[in-house]
Write a protein of this length. Structure first.
Length: 126
């Protein structure tokens, strides 16, 4: 679980390094039903993680995009928030977040050390 959360943090760090601000984090899909996983996300990311009412809502998202494309929704973001509001928010716990900061630094160190191994694994086997 922590490995997945660390990879999400790496993706967010990359986006922020590109100066593409991340307004918020929302948990969706099957994992969104796990309080433990959502708390780990909040602690690893050091930010709030919101869980909407409908977590398996791909078709809902498609409908909202279609409404926007047909000019039936003046503000798609507000419409999405009204149709699928947050019902739970997980906040980082200071002690756990501090521990995960240290572990994330180690995780990145190990990743860089193993980078050559990853390359060799990606090569075809003779």
């Amino acid at each position: 679980m922590e490995g997945v959360a660390f990879e999400l943090r790496a993706a967010l760090d990359l986006l922020e390094g590109m100066r593409l601000g991340v307004a918020g984090v929302r948990a969706v899909g099957g994992g969104a039903r796990s309080e433990l996983w959502n708390q780990i996300y909040a602690d690893v990311l050091g930010r709030e993680v919101g869980v909407p009412r409908h977590t398996d809502a791909a078709s809902l998202g498609a409908m909202l995009l279609a409404l926007a494309a047909m000019d039936r929704s003046a503000d798609p973001v507000s419409t999405a928030r009204a149709v699928n509001p947050l019902v739970t928010t997980f906040r980082p716990e200071a002690r756990a977040a501090g521990r995960y900061r240290d572990l994330y630094a180690r995780y990145n160190h190990l990743y860089e050390a193993l980078r050559p191994v990853f390359s060799s694994l990606a090569s075809p086997v003779a």
